[in-house]
Write a protein of this length. Structure first.
Length: 318
């Protein structure tokens, strides 16, 4: 395994936003781009490489194929189709599950044994597909989950409370989608509970609901205004990959495999806080959720399992 080697499958807006973020930040030794559109891949490789003289460190960037996965530390999958107007999430899930299956088989044929990060939507379902098809330990297959949702929450909270977003310790949990929730009892500014800060400053508690709604509505608003969202998730993926490459043991809200009754669930990928290092998910943090929050999580899991049972399990041959 080559330390600091990352393979990106899918050179669309999300994948290339991550690649550009990596180029600017450094910390990656080799980046290989793979896409069904070979010409685009070569064009992207050239364009990125021309920025290397101004990058913080030397980096090998190349357009390649799945054989490059064999010695990669991390493979990031951003490929897949975007949801079209009038298309249901199940239809999108079916199409992308077929794509994920194909990609995963190609990755594993190379002899890959690193960590796979999945960002294709619906992300919790697609991560499950990749885990089942790859046969890798579930700790080594991670979805981007609610990493971006959590960043949006921290940004909005920081703006509201007028403090640095780096000092907001709050998480979005559940499905990367409309059924997500914030466990507010576990939300802090520095080392003080958000709820106490709201009381002390006489901020209405209702505003917390508005902030969460702002997070849920953010993607719709951006898509309406500029057709797609990619910078935020590109930065979030870069952050997640760095946590793996640098063996950070950082806490991020990724789509993680729950089993044996964790959070009252079994055999499902969903967004929860987890400790991330070079082996993927070292362990997940099990928070005490109140009744409402547990209900929200159960509902998220129910929606995902229903979609899986309708057709995804057949596609992956489970």
């Amino acid at each position: 395994m080559k330390k600091g080697k990352v393979v990106l499958v899918g050179t669309g807006f999300v994948g290339m936003s991550m690649a550009y973020s990596m180029l600017n930040r450094g910390g990656i030794n080799e980046l290989v781009l793979i896409d069904i559109d070979k010409d685009k891949t070569i064009g992207e490789q050239m364009d990125l490489s021309h920025g290397l003289p101004y990058a913080p460190q030397k980096m090998i960037i190349k357009a390649g194929d799945y054989d490059e996965c064999k010695d990669a530390q991390v493979v990031v999958i951003t490929a897949g189709i975007a949801q079209k107007p009038g298309q249901t999430r199940l239809e999108l899930a079916e199409k992308n599950a077929k794509i994920m299956k194909q990609i995963t088989e190609s990755i594993m044929q190379s002899g890959f044994n690193g960590v796979i990060v999945v960002a294709s939507n619906p992300v919790d379902l697609m991560t499950y597909v990749v885990a089942k098809v790859s046969g890798l330990p579930t700790s080594k297959v991670i979805g981007s989950g609610t990493v971006l949702d959590t960043a949006r929450l921290r940004y909005l909270m920081a703006d509201y409370l007028k403090v640095s977003s780096k000092n907001i310790h709050a998480y979005i949990m559940g499905e990367h989608g409309d059924s997500s929730f914030v466990p507010w009892d576990h939300a802090y500014v520095g080392c003080k509970k958000v709820k106490d800060i709201m009381k002390d400053n006489k901020h209405p508690m209702e505003d917390l609901k508005k902030i969460h709604k702002g997070v849920v509505d953010a993607a719709y608003e951006i898509i309406e205004k500029k057709k797609a969202t990619y910078y935020g998730i590109g930065m979030a993926l870069n952050r997640l990959v760095r946590a793996i490459l640098d063996n950070e043991n950082s806490i991020l809200t990724v789509s993680t495999y729950l089993k044996d009754g964790q959070y009252g669930q079994d055999d499902i990928y969903i967004g929860v806080p987890a400790i991330i290092n070079s082996n993927g998910v070292r362990e997940l943090l099990e928070l005490n959720l109140n009744e409402y929050e547990q209900e929200k999580l159960d509902n998220s899991c129910k929606l995902i399992k229903e979609m899986r049972e309708k057709s995804i399990d057949k596609i992956i041959g489970k």
